[in-house]
Design a protein around this ligand. Structure first.
Ligand code: PEP
Length: 251
């Protein structure tokens, strides 16, 4: 039985004050969440706030990106060990915004995945096709290539140590959600791709859906057999909305 995971990706939003309020709001409402695991990924500068606020709660926290390097002259980068030092459990790697705006390749994302594991973090590994790629009918080709990059780097054993997040690029922040059937199809494809290497690992790995998941559509997406939770952007910025999705993941 895969424990559902609902992870909030705050992206580059908020202020010190709003971050404190959001963390406290989630903390105050979390008691109703029983079976789903919950995590928040604030901007790195707010991670010490998460560390202080969430330490005695079941809520985990993590980063939004990680350096491939362990330390040194890499201005602006944050090492996995630094996230681990603040007790981060997770780190997002390969988010489409990193791939698109920072030119992150499949190879670099796979390196980040490995760097995260070396630091003891669990990567939330994002994959997904653009609208153009979906319309060309190459969704499986693209997602398969992205998944294979991690398997090529460290074997299926490495991939199985992370969480996969299927995030169709056309659904991220657009209000346009993949239908539960569209999402389930790609999730099943990802699981089959992993199963071709290791059926047990495939059965255990959690595959989250991300892309305009909201309280109103979460339950039907989360009801699909291969959707094991959500990576939530916009709706993770309001405690009530985020908590409603967490509650939907319990069902
Ligand atoms: C995301 O940033 O990973 C995401 C899924 O965003 P949104 O929920 O806003 O579409």
């Amino acid at each position: 039985m895969r424990q559902p995971l609902v992870a909030g990706n705050w992206k580059m939003n908020g202020s010190r004050q709003s971050a404190i309020e959001l963390l406290n709001g989630i903390k105050a409402g979390i008691s109703e969440v029983t079976t789903a695991e919950v995590a928040v990924c604030p901007p790195s500068i707010f991670i010490p706030l998460a560390w202080r606020t969430l330490a005695d709660t079941p809520i985990a926290w993590g980063g939004q990106d990680v350096s491939v390097h362990e330390s040194g002259a890499y201005t602006g980068e944050i090492a996995g060990s630094m996230f681990a030092d603040y007790d981060c459990k997770y780190v997002i790697v390969g988010h489409s915004e990193r791939r698109t705006y920072h030119g992150e390749s499949d190879t670099l994302v796979a390196e980040k995945f490995e760097a995260a594991r070396k630091a003891g973090l669990i990567p939330i590994f994002c994959v997904g096709e653009t609208l153009e790629e979906r319309e060309q009918g190459i969704t499986e080709q693209v997602v398969g290539r992205q998944v294979d990059a991690v398997i090529s780097r460290g074997g299926v054993g490495l991939l199985a140590q992370g969480v996969v997040a299927y995030e169709p690029v056309w659904a991220i922040g657009t209000g346009r959600t993949a239908s539960p059937e569209q999402a389930q199809d790609v999730h099943a494809f990802i699981r089959a791709r992993i199963a071709a290497h290791d059926p047990e690992a495939a059965a255990e790995v959690r595959i989250l859906y991300g892309g305009s998941m909201k309280p109103g559509n979460a339950a039907e997406l989360l009801a699909k057999p291969d959707i094991d939770g959500g990576l939530i952007g916009g709706a993770s910025l309001k405690a009530a909305d985020f908590l409603a999705i967490c509650t939907a993941a319990n069902a």
